[in-house]
Design a protein around this ligand. Structure first.
Ligand SMILES: [Zn+2]
Length: 571
């Protein structure tokens, strides 16, 4: 078998061009080399694995190469080779992290006045310079005061705040930045092609995300995975090789929360414990999952920054529909509490179970509003074929009521559920046509409160969305409802095809005219104070609601549920 060189070493950049994602640094350094304007000291700051010591070595080669100073060191002369191998007499690397360096610095001070052995400069690369001891610093400073012209210092640190002012003031500082997931993925793809490794995009992105901005870490992870699964790699293999938690598992867990399925949430936490997954890791992954949902809920435009593949994005978007931002924040807080509990040394299993039950209990109210919407929009209820025992309602598979609305509602059935026949005042009459009576804004305005009050009786949830909009125009019998800047979620809900149809039908029914409706949003306007207060004032009595809605009564019987609260849907 051929000797195996780890990727991080094999693919260590040898020229400025090879360095990943630090162009702002390499460009300036190349110019300095070309124009012979090298400072006597540089400070490279930045997270681990972003290329600080690598760039320091490339700079050393650029200066000491037989063809140098050159921005393109040859890589074959003895100087280039020795520097790459770490054996050059003129390039001394000191790791301040591994020893506090007093002796090294003394040696440095003693031999600093000698001219370089073979190259043009003596280059001192001091890594993690903030870790040097006080006495080592003092020793270093005297040499820094007036360094001989043939000496160049390159300091590297992950913690620039801990670097003393005396060093900061004598060096030119460069900040290396964390490498983005896209850049890492691109780099890894390049190496995979080179190595004839087949790896899926999902696996590659997962790997890149786990490397947390470090090229070196991303390559070590790739080593681990190739060692684990050979040269064909997909996402589950990355998950297994790195001991991560499967994304599907997290989706399943959060689905259970959305469905308020405590039993399932507990089962899944049981799996975490049984499989020996660290509860802290689980908490971290879950937090990251919720963070993505939160961002998608708050600012869909920012989704590009999440570095997800299109398929992943679809899955998250689907799940995000179940939650309001406030709910996600509450869930995230519970995880923070869990983490604090873990730190205090309480029993892992107990903590994670309590948290799971708390989380699954929290969502009931939101889910009910979703249920009501569905119920009132006329979508068919799930059919329970036989009088089932109560526990089947809480079976491990979430009932289909809780499948994402975008899927369930894609093909709304025009037929009403049989139980609706019992409703004395059915108001959806899709087949009925109304005269083309011309309507204008004042006419619609005059009846608007009446319409909303009426509409509210049959569609309380949709009505509360409409309360968030202002009647802004009527043109060619098209009624325009304008939402305010914070009302995007309400608008989206209202304009879902089946909801929009429901609203249109109700409008036609109420105004007895063939009107249409469109929903717009004015991002420049905030909600005026007190807007939609009228609806907030009207308290809904759960008992009355059930009494007045045979379908809700039917539903509660079928799922063996009870109303534990009513929540106004607003964003
Ligand atoms: Zn060379």
């Amino acid at each position: 078998m051929m000797s195996y060189v780890v990727f991080a070493r094999k693919y260590r950049p040898q020229t400025f061009n090879d360095v990943v994602a630090q162009e702002h640094v390499t460009r300036t350094l190349r110019n300095a080399v070309v124009n012979n304007r090298i400072a006597s000291g540089y400070l490279f700051c930045g997270p681990r694995g972003t290329g600080k010591t690598t760039v320091a070595r490339i700079l050393a080669k650029a200066l000491n190469c037989a063809n140098g100073p050159t921005e393109n060191p040859c890589g074959v002369c003895s100087q280039c080779n020795e520097i790459a191998a770490g054996t050059s007499m003129d390039v001394l690397e000191i790791d301040a992290a591994s020893n506090t360096g007093v002796d090294d610095i003394r040696t440095l001070r003693e031999n600093i006045r000698y001219l370089p052995a073979g190259g043009k400069k003596r280059i001192y690369i001091i890594d993690e310079v903030h870790r040097l001891s006080g006495s080592a610093f003092d020793a270093l400073l005297t040499t820094l005061e007036e360094p001989p012209p043939h000496v160049l210092f390159v300091f590297a640190t992950t913690e620039p705040l801990k670097v003393p002012e005396t060093i900061l003031s004598r060096t030119q500082r460069f900040d290396f930045r964390r490498v983005s997931v896209e850049e890492l993925a691109k780099h890894l793809r390049h190496i995979a092609t080179d190595e004839k490794i087949e790896i899926t995009d999902a696996a590659l992105y997962l790997l890149a995300r786990k490397a947390d901005g470090s090229v070196r870490d991303s390559l070590s992870l790739m080593d681990q995975i190739v060692a684990f699964s050979g040269e064909t790699i997909d996402e589950p293999q990355v998950v297994q090789a790195l001991g991560l938690i499967d994304r599907e598992f997290l989706f399943g867990f959060v689905d259970a929360l959305a469905a308020a399925d405590r039993k399932q949430a507990l089962r899944l936490t049981g799996k975490v414990i049984e499989n020996g997954i660290d509860v802290g890791d689980f908490a971290e992954e879950l937090l990251e999952h919720l963070r993505i949902l939160m961002i998608l809920q708050s600012d869909p435009e920012a989704s590009g920054a999440l570095s997800l593949t299109p398929t992943e994005m679809q899955e998250y978007l689907k799940q995000a529909e179940f939650f309001q931002v406030g709910d996600i924040l509450r869930l995230m807080n519970m995880i923070v509490d869990l983490n604090n509990g873990l730190k205090s040394g309480l029993d892992e299993r107990l903590l994670v179970e309590v948290t799971a039950v708390k989380m699954a209990s929290m969502e009931s109210t939101v889910r009910l509003s979703d249920l009501l919407d569905k119920l009132n929009s006329g979508a068919p209820l799930p059919v329970v074929s036989s009088p089932a025992p109560p526990q089947s309602a809480a079976s491990s598979k979430p009932p289909e009521l809780f499948t994402p609305p975008s899927v369930k509602r894609a093909a709304p059935s025009p037929a009403k559920p049989p139980s609706a026949a019992a409703n004395p005042q059915p108001s959806i009459q899709p087949q009925q046509t109304w005269p083309n009576k011309p309507m204008n804004l004042p006419q619609v305005q005059a009846g608007w409160e009446g319409f909303l009050t009426n509409f509210r009786q049959n569609y309380p949830m949709l009505a509360s969305q409409l309360r968030m909009a202002e009647l802004s125009a009527v043109k060619d019998n098209q009624i325009t409802l304008m939402f305010f800047s914070a009302g995007e979620a309400s608008r989206q809900l209202a304009q879902k095809p089946e909801n929009s149809q429901t609203i249109t039908n109700a409008l036609r029914d109420y105004y007895r005219a063939n009107v249409t409706v469109r929903f717009e949003i004015d991002m420049t306007r905030e909600y005026p104070a007190g807007f939609a207060d009228q609806s907030a004032g009207q308290k809904v009595d759960p008992a009355k609601l059930v009494e007045n809605s045979p379908r809700l009564k039917d539903l509660l019987t079928k799922v063996d549920g009870e109303i534990i609260g009513i929540k106004k849907v607003e964003q």
